[in-house]
Design a protein around this ligand. Structure first.
Ligand code: ZN
Length: 424
């Protein structure tokens, strides 16, 4: 029997529910993937790892002058709580945090454009903002059809620059408070941080000829809040299951590992935990093949290569022969391939990325009901990954050197905040 996009799509439907890092649902999905792997007859188990979790019990924002109105907000997970009775302060809109803005933020409740990135967070903390207010979505969002995104203050921010009080609101509400000239506001956040548990599902098929040469496959199975994560990334998860099914029936010459990563959406936590826990064996890893996002009917096929020029040239040669055209890019891709490349293992990501207008990600529209995914489109990436996998699993002379070129190395260092990115 060969791979089946139909079977893959059935499993995707079954697992189309919210699977947020550290949640019961994430665990439930991991157990279902484990059960599926075992039913194929492959050696599989779950590896747990700790994650920092946050629960916001309540969050409130009321403009108090020159008019009075309450606006719906979400508190950032792992935000600090406001003191008992809340926090009253002056409001300031600091746009994109130019020096001219920053001199006005001290002790204010500060609205910024979009979620603060690392360097924005650093500036706000250094300038002494009392609280951070961000907005998400679009001016045209209808409240009945959209959610206010639940964001998180990640450890990469708070460990370096300290904790903060942070709230998120709708784009149109942010515009209203600026337009109406809000001067003061009252905010409340009741937030709790704790250590939770996430998990990776891990399976292995030992190679018949060269068991000490390892190729690993990866796909994250977690989602963000409000999203059923079918596109991002149960699509990649079910593709991996089919690839594993193929090799269970056609034993590979090299050892193949299959990892379904948890908590990718919180900063690649599953693959970071896995590479740290398996550091000793990584020198045997020849390649990591990641699949993150697939199945949009309207889209483009992209083959990212996180290695060197030789690897990219090999990918281009393969791409010419692959079923369906695919574009090769020598670039990093923000997913579980990064921690592998960071530790010197050449890594690739294959995906089918939704075309503009048919690419719903990280909100409630990433849902089968949105109608932008289908099994024939899923089959494109499935066939492409299978083509690559058959080659690298069995070819005598391994074609990809174990080298991460300087350009990719530099991008990884910036991505992982080892080097500050230049201001644009
Ligand atoms: Zn993803």
């Amino acid at each position: 029997m060969s791979v089946s996009a139909y079977r893959a799509f059935q499993l995707l439907k079954e697992l189309s529910y919210e699977r947020v890092s550290g949640s019961e649902n994430e665990k439930r999905a991991a157990e279902r993937l484990l059960q599926e792997a075992k039913s194929i007859g492959v050696d599989a188990h779950i590896e747990e790892f700790p994650v920092s979790c946050g629960k916001v019990h309540s969050a409130k924002l009321i403009v108090t002058a020159p008019y009075r109105k309450e606006y719906p907000v979400t508190g950032y997970e792992c935000s600090l709580s406001t003191p008992a009775g809340g926090l009253d302060g002056e409001f300031y809109y600091a746009e994109n945090l130019l020096p001219g803005h920053l001199k006005n933020v001290k002790d204010k409740i500060v609205l910024v454009n979009g979620r603060p990135r690392r360097k924005d967070y650093k500036k706000l903390q250094e300038a002494g903002a009392a609280a951070i207010l961000s907005f998400s979505g679009s001016m045209l969002d209808r409240p009945s059809e959209t959610d206010i995104a639940v964001c998180k203050l990640r450890e990469t921010l708070t460990d370096s620059f300290g904790g903060a009080i942070a709230l998120n609101m709708r784009c149109a509400d942010a515009a209203e408070i600026v337009r109406r000239g809000a001067k003061t506001m009252h905010i409340e956040v009741d937030s709790e941080s704790y250590e939770g548990t996430s998990q990776n599902v891990c399976a292995v098929i030992t190679g018949t000829d060269w068991p000490d040469e390892i190729i690993s496959f990866g796909a994250h199975y977690d989602s963000v809040h409000f999203s059923t994560g079918v596109y991002d990334n149960m699509s990649g998860s079910v593709i991996l299951m089919e690839i594993m099914q193929y090799f269970a029936e056609h034993p590979p010459k090299r050892t193949l590992k299959f990892n379904w990563y948890g908590s990718e959406e919180q900063g690649l936590l599953g693959s970071k935990a896995w590479t740290a826990a398996h550091e000793d064996e990584l020198e045997k890893h020849l390649l990591m093949i990641n699949v993150d996002v697939a199945a949009p009917t309207l889209g483009v096929n992209i083959f990212h290569v996180l290695a060197d020029d030789k690897a990219t040239a090999y990918a281009e040669k393969l791409a010419e022969k692959m079923p369906y055209p695919i574009q090769v890019k020598a670039d990093i891709y923000s997913s579980d391939c990064v921690p592998f490349a960071d530790r010197g293992v050449p890594a690739v990501n294959l995906c089918r990325f939704g075309a503009q207008g048919a690419n719903f990600i990280h909100d409630r529209r990433d849902n089968l009901k949105s109608g932008y995914l289908d099994k024939n489109a899923l089959n494109i990436t499935l066939q492409q990954v299978l083509y690559l996998a058959k080659r690298v699993a069995n070819v005598k002379q391994f074609p990809i050197p174990r080298v991460i070129g300087p350009k990719i190395r530099d991008k990884i260092d910036k991505y992982l905040f080892r080097k500050e990115d230049e201001e644009k």
